[in-house]
Design a protein around this ligand. Structure first.
Ligand code: ADE
Length: 223
């Protein structure tokens, strides 16, 4: 059983799947730490054209995702797992940050979690859809064309916090100064001298205590 299952409700699976099948997300899947499932919103569309959107009451530009397909899609997942929590990426949500990611990764709890991420598209969605939502998440004060990029960022930042995903990549000395998130100090690899651009001597000293202190002093503390 994976620690976290993400079910992504989207019209554009092809925009999401390549990222989740690559690199660390693939490794996390391969190790059984996360599982990704996809629901095509179009399957719940109305009429012969499987329509999922309509014009806004009161007028205005563009189309809104309508309630019926979205409710049906979310309920189809909840029917199999009533404990699943629903996330909607939206510019008017709570701002996503590292502590929010930690909260949803919630690694202290034993039981597996299941997040349904509904990716809005077009000009917006019918407000009544929010009655099914547990977490409204904003990636920042700008507007994207859809929820797919935010969904990937949310999934990536939760998944990398799960035990076993980045496992063994942080030395004990580094961990004594950070929880694994706070690695924003300058880092270098070989060569020690690249065209006159030198790696700080202390990092070549082998003195782990001094190195840890240097890193702490030079940490950006962005998180
Ligand atoms: N959808 C469109 N813009 C967004 C943003 N800034 N954050 C989350 N979801 C969005």
């Amino acid at each position: 059983m994976p620690k976290i299952k993400f079910t992504i409700i989207t019209l554009f699976r092809e925009a999401i799947e390549p990222y989740l099948s690559s690199s660390m997300m693939w490794k996390a899947t391969d190790k059984g730490i996360v599982e990704f499932d996809y629901v095509n919103l179009r399957d719940f569309g109305l009429g012969p054209h499987k329509s999922v959107d309509d014009t806004p009451y009161g007028g205005g530009d563009g189309m809104l995702l309508r309630c019926e397909p979205v409710f049906a899609a979310i309920e189809s997942v909840k029917a199999k797992d009533p404990t699943a929590k629903v996330i909607i990426p939206t510019p008017v949500g709570r701002t996503w940050d590292q502590s929010f990611a930690r909260e949803l990764s919630n690694t202290s709890k034993e039981e597996p979690r299941h997040y349904i991420i509904f990716c809005p598209h077009y000009e917006g969605y019918d407000e009544r859809i929010l009655s099914l939502v547990d977490y409204k998440i904003s990636l920042g004060r700008y507007v994207l064309t859809g929820g797919e990029l935010p969904a990937l960022i949310i999934i990536d930042s939760i998944t990398r916090l799960l035990p076993g995903v980045l496992g063994g990549e942080q030395s004990a000395e580094i961990e004594s100064f950070s929880d694994g998130d706070n690695l924003e100090y300058p880092q270098y690899t070989k060569p020690a001298d690249f065209c006159g651009l030198k790696v700080p001597d202390i990092l070549l000293s082998g003195n782990h205590g001094a190195i840890a202190k240097w890193r702490e002093e030079h940490s950006g503390h962005v998180i």
